[in-house]
Design a protein around this ligand. Structure first.
Ligand SMILES: Nc1ncnc2c1ncn2[C@@H]1O[C@H](COP(=O)(O)OP(=O)(O)OP(=O)(O)O)[C@@H](O)[C@H]1O
Ligand SMILES: [Mg+2]
Length: 378
């Protein structure tokens, strides 16, 4: 949705990108505020208004995969990079090629620490050629100290009017009812202008006409920190999955599986889901693939998963895992103990054991969103 506050930030970014003095520009703001959404729109407009001939985007994340970033860039400029070549060889080929191009914008989304652009193969623009780079991060410090951006632009929360319009658009006509409206106003206030808090709660309450459901939701959101509100709003959405036409249980298990095992694309969900017997009434791989796509779409529609830069990719907002992690210890103790033991096993055997464990956990915890606070690597 277009908002006044976002339009002015978007214009500020486009102005900075047009400025000859800047070749590295940063966009920062708290998690779930809308940075990725905003820079996607920047990329679209930059192309539309011919500020750049090509706009390339790559997701960096907390654990940057240099080869993956190189692959995304190479694909967009039609350069073939041998998969088996070393990163530095691939970087050399990218550098050589990108230096010849003049008007390329590279968007590197979600930076968490210093990232050597040369090691990826990104040449910064000078008078002869090269790229301009737009980075997003949650922290100003990462952009200014670690990445040396020349200009950093802040993305703020939505103002009260904008937050209300977003909520209203998602919930539809049902909030016109006088009593619901006053509870809805309170709910939006609790979400404090954070889209990642507003959207899931709005989707969860859409078409619910009982006042008590709304009041209950408000109670759950009250007295939470901003991140707490985002967490609670996702939690609410999770429990309301029951009402989906496709089995809510299957959706919830899928969500938990994605959370536990850090699945980020449909292919991996298919692989793990089939192994764990997650998909119900499925006979062939093709049927399972269709189901995996459908489940991901449903979770995206409920705002429990965020869309990635490519349609097959998705991510889970890390509010789900990070929030109030200290409270999780009691519940996670058993899981952590098993994880620690499992580390001694050969990796193949370990995977089997953990898959079984996971299966057991999913069965036991299928309705417990809380357990996702457990950070459990496998
Ligand atoms: N202007 C907007 N209109 C409608 N929805 C929005 C808007 N901005 C953000 N959202 C929604 O809010 C959610 C979070 O947005 P986004 O992923 O862009 O945040 P982010 O700042 O990139 O978060 P993170 O730091 O976790 O990467 C998404 O579901 C997105 O679709
Ligand atoms: Mg983002």
């Amino acid at each position: 949705m277009h908002f006044e506050s976002r339009t002015s930030t978007l214009k500020e970014i486009l102005d900075a990108l047009s400025n000859r003095n800047f070749n590295m520009i940063g966009v920062y703001g708290m998690g779930g505020i809308g940075k990725t959404t905003l820079v996607k729109e920047v990329g679209r407009q930059a192309k539309e208004y011919n500020l750049f001939e090509k706009v390339i985007s790559a997701h960096v994340s907390r654990t940057p995969q240099i080869k993956e970033i190189q692959r995304e860039i190479a694909e967009k400029i039609g350069l073939e990079l041998a998969e088996q070549s070393h990163e530095t060889v691939r970087a050399g080929r990218l550098l050589e090629r990108l230096k010849k191009d003049t008007k390329i914008l590279i968007i590197l989304d979600d930076i968490w620490g210093s990232l050597a652009l040369e090691a990826i193969g990104i040449p910064l623009a000078d008078d002869i050629g090269g790229c301009k780079v737009l980075l997003t991060a949650r922290s100003h410090d990462v952009l200014s100290s670690k990445m040396d951006c020349q200009k950093n632009i802040f993305v703020d929360v939505l103002n009260a009017k904008e937050a209300w319009s977003l909520f209203e658009k998602m919930t539809g006509d049902c909030i016109e009812n006088g009593e619901l409206k006053s509870v809805a106003t309170e709910i939006v206030k609790e979400c404090a202008g954070l889209p990642i808090a507003i959207l899931p709660v709005a989707k969860a309450l859409k078409n619910k006409s009982s006042l008590y459901v709304w009041k209950d939701a408000l109670r759950q959101l009250k007295n939470k920190s901003l991140l707490g509100a985002a967490y609670s709003s996702l939690e609410l959405s999770y429990y309301h999955l029951e009402d989906e036409d496709l089995g809510g249980e299957e959706l919830r298990k899928t969500f938990l599986l994605i959370g536990y095992s850090y699945i980020r694309n449909v292919k991996d969900l298919l692989y793990h889901g089939m192994g764990l017997g997650l998909f119900q009434n499925i006979n062939t791989v093709d049927e399972a693939r269709d189901r995996a796509h459908t489940l991901v779409d449903k979770l995206k529609n409920s705002c429990l998963l965020l869309g990635g830069w490519r349609s097959e990719w998705f991510s889970m907002h890390d509010v789900v895992r990070d929030e109030e992690r200290e409270k999780e210890n009691e519940k996670s103790a058993k899981v952590n103990e098993k994880e620690k033991d499992a580390k001694d096993w050969e990796s193949k055997l370990m995977k089997t054991i953990q898959a079984n464990l996971l299966c057991g956990i999913l069965n036991k915890a299928s309705s417990s969103f809380y357990v996702l606070r457990v950070r459990w690597h496998w």
